[in-house]
Design a binder for this molecule. Structure first.
Ligand code: NDP
Length: 485
């Protein structure tokens, strides 16, 4: 291995790497080759205890610092992330298999944006003064305490920062559990935060499977849980958190619609559909995987889409020219390939791809199904792979009803050159994150999250502050207390 992918130890707790080889071994596999590139151990109960105790101890002092001081550390960490973007991107590519062409612009850089944004915001967090005649109330914006972050495997660095940055800015401590599939990058985030001056105990990383996540979520010392994962896991974690009346943010899955009207700029619409189905080999929660294309332009859309897909550079993810890499794991590839078989069996027309690619690693072709109908499994279930379903439609009213006919509500997009129609459709989408003539942008300045079964709460933007802090109202009386007796 030309790059050192084996971390110093499995966990990062109380400002240092910590190991406990009693924990179940977790092999880290480079999905472009199938090689084992590292091994970590799942956290034992002793490790979980160490992390929670460290976070609980460190948090009050951190909360007592001024927002400016806290923010300075986060912004310094952002600078270090950017300086080391190349190495962090290489590591992220090993961890996930995503092409370096992507990781070098969308992972550590996005994490750095979150640290910079919330670092800048830390000093601006204030309460308000509410005058009531001579008396008044003031509010204090206070941290929640110990927050747990649980991540999915598609954006390990980004998720570690999107949860850590607002939590720390608000004066909380964070314990982050990465997905067992991608345990490497979050350790680097912890290391960099401490190098930037974060006091020990405030950002801890513990490895493990669902049981470790569950042990963290159910501990009474934990005040908040933020999960990025699938809807079934979300249900379990939300229910476990409810037992302790904990705050939650749930960033879950989707089956988002992308509507292309007949007047759309077709090249831009195809560009949006490519970004919304094939970026990160389709392993993006907000993907627009139900592409509704107006009947009049459907065949043109499909033929131009195929021409553009022919230009995908599929290969070694470390090669900067590669634009389409392997799936994260053999298991995830198999799930997506099984859906391809279901699509064929249901009578959808395979318009592009559909097969595993004959090379080492877990590669499958970008895949497009046409003539998909609303009731097909490939139009209803989240695949989380490079499989686009193209559905036909005739008119606006009909397509909006069909777009919204899903348990999910993460994202939705529309391509049209009709200004009023664009906003009318966006207003009617039942989704938390909507796009007009674009798809899958996720800048830190804008709220990101889902409605319906796709989630609760919002990440990024000023809105995230609401989910990592609570308001205390302090009533102050200047005149006498009027009691009935
Ligand atoms: P999973 O739901 O399988 O897992 C998510 C995380 O939860 C993992 O770290 C997992 O651990 C952990 N976990 C599993 N069971 C429990 C439990 N009972 N208690 C606590 N933690 C638990 O999702 P994937 O990792 O497979 O990620 C893919 C999913 O994530 C997709 O559905 C996708 O849509 C969604 N996602 C949503 C995003 C959003 O922002 N809305 C962004 C990215 C992905 P482990 O896997 O190690 O066992």
């Amino acid at each position: 291995m030309p790059y050192d992918t084996q971390p110093k130890a499995s966990h990062f707790i109380d400002g240092a790497y910590v190991e406990d080889t009693e924990g179940t071994p977790i092999d880290v596999i480079y999905s472009a080759t199938g090689e084992k590139i590292a091994q970590v151990h799942a956290a034992t109960p002793a490790i979980v205890e160490q992390a929670i105790a460290a976070a609980k101890r460190a948090q009050p002092e951190w909360a007592a610092m001024s927002g400016t001081e806290r923010g300075r550390i986060l912004r310094r960490a952002a600078d270090i992330l950017r300086e080391r973007n190349h190495d962090l991107s290489v590591l992220e590519t090993y961890d996930t298999g995503k092409p370096y062409q992507e990781t070098s612009v969308a992972d550590a850089t996005s994490g750095a944006d979150a640290l910079e944004y919330f670092g800048g915001m830390a000093a601006t967090l204030t309460g308000e003064h509410i005058q009531l005649g001579e008396n008044w109330v003031y509010t204090r914006r206070e941290p929640l305490g110990v927050c747990v972050g649980i991540g999915a495997w598609n954006y390990p660095t980004q998720i570690a920062c999107w949860k850590g940055a607002p939590a720390l800015a608000c004066g909380n401590a964070m314990i982050f559990k990465p997905s067992e599939t991608t345990p490497l990058s979050a350790l680097k985030v912890a290391e960099i935060l401490h190098e930037a001056g974060l006091p020990a105990g405030l950002y801890n990383v513990v490895q493990g499977m669902g049981e470790v996540g569950s042990a963290l979520v159910t501990d009474p010392r934990v005040d908040k849980v933020s999960l990025t994962g699938s809807v079934p896991t979300g249900r379990k974690v939300y229910a476990a958190a409810a037992e302790g009346i904990k705050h939650v943010t749930m960033e879950l899955g989707g089956k988002s619609p992308l509507i292309v009207f007949e007047d759309a700029d077709i090249e831009n619409a195809i560009g949006g559909a490519i970004l919304g189905n094939f970026y990160s080999s389709g392993q993006v929660c907000s993907n627009g995987t139900r592409v509704f294309v107006h009947r009049d332009i459907k065949e043109k859309f499909l033929s131009r889409l195929a021409e553009r897909l022919d230009k995908a550079v599929i290969g070694d993810p470390m090669d900067p020219d590669t634009s389409f890499g392997p799936m994260v794991s053999e298991r995830q590839m198999q799930i997506a390939l099984d859906y391809v078989e279901k699509g064929k069996a249901e009578g959808a027309r395979l318009a592009y791809g559909g097969a595993r690619i004959d090379r080492d690693g877990f590669y499958m072709q970008p895949t497009v199904f046409a003539d998909v109908t609303d009731d097909m499994v490939i139009a209803r279930e989240e695949i989380f792979g490079p499989v686009m379903a193209v559905l036909d439609f005739e008119d606006e009213e009909e397509v909006i009803a069909r777009a919204n006919d899903t348990e999910f509500g993460l994202a939705a997009g529309v391509f049209t050159n009709d200004l009023t129609r664009a906003h009318r459709v966006a207003a009617r989408f039942e989704a938390g994150t909507c796009y007009i003539n674009t798809y899958n942008d996720a800048p830190v300045e804008a709220p990101f999250g889902g409605s319906k079964n796709s989630g609760v709460g919002r990440e990024n933007s000023k809105a995230a502050i609401e989910h990592y802090s609570q308001l205390k109202s302090v009533f102050v009386r200047m005149d006498d207390v009027e009691a009935p007796f």
